[in-house]
Design a protein around this ligand. Structure first.
Ligand code: C2E
Ligand code: MG
Ligand code: MG
Ligand code: MG
Length: 276
């Protein structure tokens, strides 16, 4: 943003900034319309148990199916929804939809695993989070043990005890909590001994074996998880070499393009049926 003359009301934007501003403005408007117009959908990425090869979980990933622009990835609209406060509403839609779908799979015998749902920082800091999730579980009929909430280290940081209290209540209900993108957030290890965490998700960044120390980091995370009685899953597994390494190091579960991409509902349901 450049002001040509001091005191002048004319602001000159570079074309880039202008485009960004317009898109952001339009996007906020479209986001509200999209939620009303059922333009959001969930895709599901299966997670495998390394030893048995069984699909034991899947992660629900939000997609915006824009009528003109096609699928818009979450990284393009979630930060905005988080800023304008819409992420609470959108996140509740995700939770309800994921629980409803998993209950349906369980009832029809299509799938018996858990469903992972990502929580944003704002959602996590709602004082009534546990109550809301309890209601969603009751409403959809899904048992708490089949829901896993994915939180990031950065989102969990808090000066007060609100987040800790919510997580404790959720754990008492039987809901699982995992740390997403583990190893990339600005945080300390202290919360691992305080928060009731059932699983660490090693960030895909550390799968790059050619980067020095990545293998040592992965090994350490696996050892630490197990000695703290947590499970550990590797995200972003794309090659056989990565799988072989993770197997050797006793990683519990894997998720990544090497096995499956996030699948639309129909494809996920078909895969689950076949995989039984
Ligand atoms: P995440 O929770 O860490 O999800 C994993 C991301 O990695 C997904 O991207 C997934 O498609 C991608 N991925 C999976 N396997 C591979 C692989 O082998 N290689 C590579 N390069 N990528 C892989 P996606 O779906 O674009 O989601 C991006 C992020 O958006 C998610 O990261 C999560 O932080 C956020 N997100 C997605 N859905 C939701 C949601 O419903 N609520 C919230 N708050 N955040 C969400
Ligand atoms: Mg996640
Ligand atoms: Mg992740
Ligand atoms: Mg991520």
């Amino acid at each position: 943003l450049i002001r040509e003359k001091p005191g002048s009301n004319f602001h000159f934007f570079s074309p880039d900034i202008l485009t960004t501003w317009k898109n952001t403005f339009n996007m906020e408007f479209s986001l509200r319309k999209a939620l009303k117009g059922n333009q959001f959908e969930l895709h599901y990425q299966p997670q495998k148990d390394i030893k048995s090869g069984n699909i034991v979980g899947c992660e629900a990933l939000l997609r915006w199916k824009h009528p003109d622009k096609g699928y818009i990835p979450p990284d393009r609209f979630i930060p905005l929804a988080e800023k304008n406060g819409m992420m609470i509403e959108l996140g509740e839609w995700v939770l309800r939809e994921a629980c409803r779908q998993n209950k349906k799979w369980h009832s029809t015998g299509t799938y018996r695993g858990l469903i992972g749902v990502n929580l944003s920082a704002r959602q996590l800091h709602q004082p009534e989070l546990a109550e809301k999730i309890k209601n969603i579980l009751e409403e959809t009929g899904l048992s708490a043990e089949y829901l896993e909430l994915e939180i990031t280290e950065s989102a969990a940081i808090s000066q007060n005890n609100e987040v800790l209290n919510s997580l404790k209540q959720l754990r008492e209900l039987g809901v699982h909590v995992s740390i997403d993108d583990f190893g990339t957030g600005y945080s300390s290890l202290k919360y691992l001994s305080i928060f009731p965490i059932s699983k660490l998700k090693i960030d895909k960044l550390f799968m790059k074996q050619e980067v020095q120390n990545n293998q040592a980091i992965v090994k350490s995370i696996i050892t630490m998880s197990h000695s703290m009685e947590m499970k550990v899953i590797a995200e972003g597994v794309e090659t056989e070499e990565q799988l072989v390494f993770l197997e050797k190091e006793n990683c519990d579960e894997v998720q990544g393009y090497y096995f499956y991409k996030p699948l639309p509902l129909q494809e996920a349901s078909e895969l689950f049926l076949q995989a039984q």
